[in-house]
Design a protein around this ligand. Structure first.
Ligand SMILES: [Zn+2]
Length: 266
């Protein structure tokens, strides 16, 4: 039987993803930086607060985030662990509806507003069409999450970002999948007067062609598609019924299993 492990697209074993919350005006500068350096992110937005205080209008948001992921953060940013279930459902479903109208695709991810969640909320999310949810706790590491509804980032950008980036870029053991995940709020760069931190980071990691730059949801979709592959009992062939190409490493060789195809593995 061949030795088979999943890889990221194009046979890579490292991915970087970013998550920025609240949809504030400072996202303009951050998205421009991401676009210039090829980095992808998820932007978790309260659609009920468009155009208030320091937040983007819906019109601004509708074009700004093209090429990135627009994702849920509840309609009005309540501390949902203190809210009635009816309100939680409304806050998430209405946010999804408005963001989907704007973005034109299904909104299936979220980050917890104020980092607030509990076990019951986690268990509700799949019924509300939410496939992942990011928390504010971090790991300091580069592993894949084992609970998509309690997805911990590697670090907040103010916690040793460049040290983590250097460690990540130098990782080379291809027997592992490595994910670096950075979260924050773009307005913090204004408050802390440290835009040079994220600029230095994006210029350092951007353009490294052994890293897959992906939105949060692209990573979830890819790993879910991998799980749907139909391997023969002998693992000598595999059928990919999904809409995504999946890359495997088979006895040390990179193999693409295209969408809708059956591929021989030995
Ligand atoms: Zn927030």
């Amino acid at each position: 039987m061949p030795k088979i492990v999943v890889c990221f697209p194009q046979g890579r074993h490292k991915a970087l993803t970013m998550s920025y919350d609240d949809g504030t005006l400072s996202d303009k500068r951050l998205v421009e930086l991401f676009n210039r350096t090829g980095i992808k992110g998820a932007f978790h937005i309260n659609s009920g607060l468009f155009g208030t205080e320091n937040r983007l209008t819906e019109e601004e948001a509708s074009t700004l985030y093209e090429g990135h992921e627009v994702s849920a953060h509840t309609l009005t940013h309540p501390t949902i662990a203190r809210s009635p279930r009816e309100q939680i459902v409304y806050e998430i479903m209405e946010d999804r509806k408005r963001l989907e109208q704007m973005a034109g695709y299904t909104v299936r991810g979220m980050s917890y507003p104020n980092g607030s969640f509990n076990q019951e909320i986690k268990e509700m999310l799949p019924y509300l069409g939410i496939e992942y949810a990011r928390v504010v706790q971090t790991t300091g590491g580069f592993g894949m999450p084992d609970d998509w509804h309690e997805w911990k980032a590697t670090c907040h950008h103010n916690k040793q970002l460049m040290e983590h980036a250097k460690t990540f870029v130098e990782l080379h053991k291809s027997q592992y999948l490595y994910l670096m995940y950075v979260w924050g709020h773009s307005y913090e760069f204004d408050h802390d007067n440290n835009w040079e931190l994220i600029e230095q980071f994006c210029e350092y990691v951007g353009g490294q062609d052994n890293i897959w730059f992906a939105t949060n949801l692209q990573i979830v979709d890819y790993m879910n598609a991998y799980k749907q592959l139909k391997f023969s009992a002998a693992c000598d062939f595999v059928y990919n019924s999904t809409a995504l190409s999946i890359w495997l490493n088979v006895d040390g060789n990179s193999v693409e299993v295209p969408s809708g195809s059956q591929v021989k593995l030995v």
